[in-house]
Design a protein around this ligand. Structure first.
Ligand code: TXA
Ligand code: MG
Length: 328
């Protein structure tokens, strides 16, 4: 159950903040977003300032319902309609041809725009009360771990946000799956909360995945989603020995112990027992990374799960967290 503390009055206040060009921290089922009126270029530029994100990185426009799709995009292929109908509200983002209502500030100058309908009662209530679209990147500083609770947003952005809507802990825990649906044959740009297998079942054919090294669009840098501690990925059966040898070298090691090795003793600064269920792991992944930072770890040792179902998104985020830190 989602523990929602935002009241109807809070929703009205937040809608007013958006109308006045302000920024609202918005709970969604995936992660918290930093929301602004999608038709207000000045408010959008504040998002980039607050996040420290380059303005060439495109944002997602959030809508209250699939019936609003044609107000924001044009030339929607049939496959995109099928996906929207099937997965919205939900953690699926569709990249489509930009309609005239979408300012270029929101798309980083691209002629396409990313859109989604979030599956969270507070997000939907705000979008309905506000009446328009809302651009919302994850509510973290550029490159760091996405927030999955209102407290995480406070820790990341503090007073830089005008209003924080508390919608409890995010139930999915990793960002939406992004599908480039502008072409007749859709492709996955970022694995996320909607599983590749589910998309393939609905579409009736296999989907191509981006290679991890290839940067297809701005905003897909390898070093995204990174905690302060350095992340090293090893084989599951090596996690414990690697953690112990790094500890003996003087590192403050946080270790993600895979469920299969949960019974073994580990000598490390902080130990995370990885949940056996991929859904539970995804939901808690960013919380674990934040926790290890808070405990002062300088090194995190983990392994990637099997890349099926939500394991694909978890593996993607861990690889990015372990990626080179120099952003372009
Ligand atoms: O779950 C989510 O998607 C969360 C919640 C708040 O909705 N949002 C989120 O936004 O993760 P953000 O800005 O952190 O990541 C959105 C990514 C961008 O980094 C970019 O890679 C991709 O979406 N994107 C946006 N517009 C695009 C476009 N026109 N073409 C290709 N990729 C695009
Ligand atoms: Mg983000």
């Amino acid at each position: 159950m989602v523990r929602v503390t935002a009241s109807i009055k809070d929703i009205e206040t937040a809608a007013g903040v958006l109308r006045d060009g302000g920024l609202v921290a918005l709970p969604t089922e995936t992660v918290y977003g930093l929301a602004a009126n999608a038709e207000d270029p000045a408010a959008i530029s504040r998002i980039f300032q607050v996040k420290g994100r380059p303005p060439s990185h495109p944002l997602i426009v959030h809508l209250a319902g699939a019936e609003q799709l044609d107000d924001w995009v044009q030339d929607v292929p049939r496959a995109a309609r099928v996906l929207a109908e099937h997965f919205w509200p939900g953690p699926l983002t569709l990249v489509l041809r930009r309609g005239p209502r979408v300012p270029l500030e929101a798309t980083g100058g691209l002629e396409t725009v990313a859109v989604r309908v979030p599956d969270h009662p507070v997000a939907l209530a705000l979008l309905t009360a506000f009446g328009g679209g809302v651009t919302a990147p994850s509510a973290n500083r550029f490159g760091s771990v996405s927030p999955t609770s209102a407290n995480d947003v406070r820790a990341e952005l503090g007073d830089a946000v005008d209003f924080i809507l508390d919608g409890g802990s995010c139930q999915v825990g990793v960002e939406s799956t992004i599908v480039d649906a502008a072409a007749e044959t859709p492709t996955i740009l970022r694995p996320g909360g909607v599983m590749r297998e589910g998309l393939e079942t609905v579409l009736g054919h296999p989907l191509a995945l981006p290679s991890t090294s290839q940067v297809r669009v701005p905003g897909q840098h390898p070093s995204h989603y990174a905690p302060h501690a350095r992340v090293i990925l090893v084989e599951p059966q090596e996690v414990i020995t690697e953690a112990e040898s790094a500890s003996s070298l003087g590192h403050r090691v946080g270790v993600f112990v895979p469920a299969a090795f949960a019974d073994l003793p580990v000598k490390a600064h902080a130990v995370v027992a990885v949940p056996a269920s991929p859904a539970a792991y995804a939901q808690r992944l960013y919380g674990f990374l934040r926790e290890l930072d808070q405990q002062g770890c300088d090194l995190i040792i983990a392994s990637v799960p099997t890349e099926q179902g939500l394991g694909l998104a978890i593996a993607n985020r861990l690889r990015r967290a372990a990626g080179p830190r120099t952003t372009v």
